[in-house]
Design a protein around this ligand. Sequence first.
Ligand SMILES: NC(=O)c1ccc[n+]([C@@H]2O[C@H](COP(=O)([O-])OP(=O)(O)OC[C@H]3O[C@@H](n4cnc5c(N)ncnc54)[C@H](OP(=O)(O)O)[C@@H]3O)[C@@H](O)[C@H]2O)c1
Length: 319
Amino acid sequence: MLALDPRLYPQLQLTELPCPNPGPAQLLVRVRAAGVNRADLAQAAGSYPPPAGESPVLGLEVAGEVAACGAQVEEFFPGQRVFGLVPGGACAEYCLLDAALAVPTPDWLDDVGAASLPETWLTAWLNLIEIGRLAAGQRVLIHAGASGVGSAAIQLAKAHGAWVASTASAGKLEYCRALGADLALDYRQDDWVAEVRAAGGADLILDGVGGDYLPANQRCLNADGCLILIGLLRGKDAVLNLGQLLVKRQRVQGSTLRSQPLAMKAQLATALLHDVLPGLDAGRYRLTLDRCFALGEAAAAHAWLAGNHNLGKVVLTVP
Ligand SMILES: NC(=O)c1ccc[n+]([C@@H]2O[C@H](COP(=O)([O-])OP(=O)(O)OC[C@H]3O[C@@H](n4cnc5c(N)ncnc54)[C@H](OP(=O)(O)O)[C@@H]3O)[C@@H](O)[C@H]2O)c1
């Protein structure tokens, strides 16, 4: 099968690899679409290796048809349309998907839309709902609001009754507002710390940016507030203000979806089935698809993300 093997980086070319065999509780999926994420760029550059024993092929989310089922799989059948989160391997003609993470694709959703959902919505759900314990009426600050994760997180936080502030570059603020952000701030021009504080501060911050945002986040965070760090776009070195941590009883939590145990990912996948899909069908949520590229154009898709051009999700299509 053709697959995007990051070991060929920086070429980012398709190469011929053996088709994987499904384990007893896995599905072999004929891939039709695979989402592209920042993590893929880091993995391709060698700074985010796949977990031990997982496919080295790029791609963390997949949509397509079941090609074969493992011996213990009873709830899925060959030919069925499915989508879901994978630990790697989605950027290929065939990909393994744990049955516990597979979600049947409804008729009203195409494969590109389905492939745009798992990584961002499950990251948002894990951090806002499971770890952040978001409650109605709380005040949430979401950085990189127009990113794949940010565009899901704004919608999820609003649907749970939060007041939402978001940061993004100037040309993306209207997009954040359209997704529901009550306050959208240009992180280059606005004094976003002052504006968030003036608006009432934040009880929960979802930060995929890191670096020098740490002290700024601490100044925005209300007493007993929680900062969840999910990314390092501004670097991994920062100065923590222990005085504010202590006096304001702040919590700072790091979090990665990829390293969560299968049981937690399976629990999160039920949120796709029981909340995100019904929410999309009812118009409570919207797809945040930015652009599609063919699998063979993966280098262009990565460049699009690296250039910060996307509003929401980028997806690769597999003929
Ligand atoms: N921990 C986890 O489990 C997990 C899971 C998924 C994603 N993530 C992380 O979440 C973040 C978003 O991921 P994604 O795939 O959704 O990203 P994405 O769609 O590629 O969007 C990232 C956006 O971040 C903004 N940005 C880039 N560099 C920045 C900087 N130096 N300062 C401020 N903003 C910057 C850009 O938007 P502007 O034009 O607004 O600057 C860019 O478009 C990444 O850090 C990613 O690694 C973590």
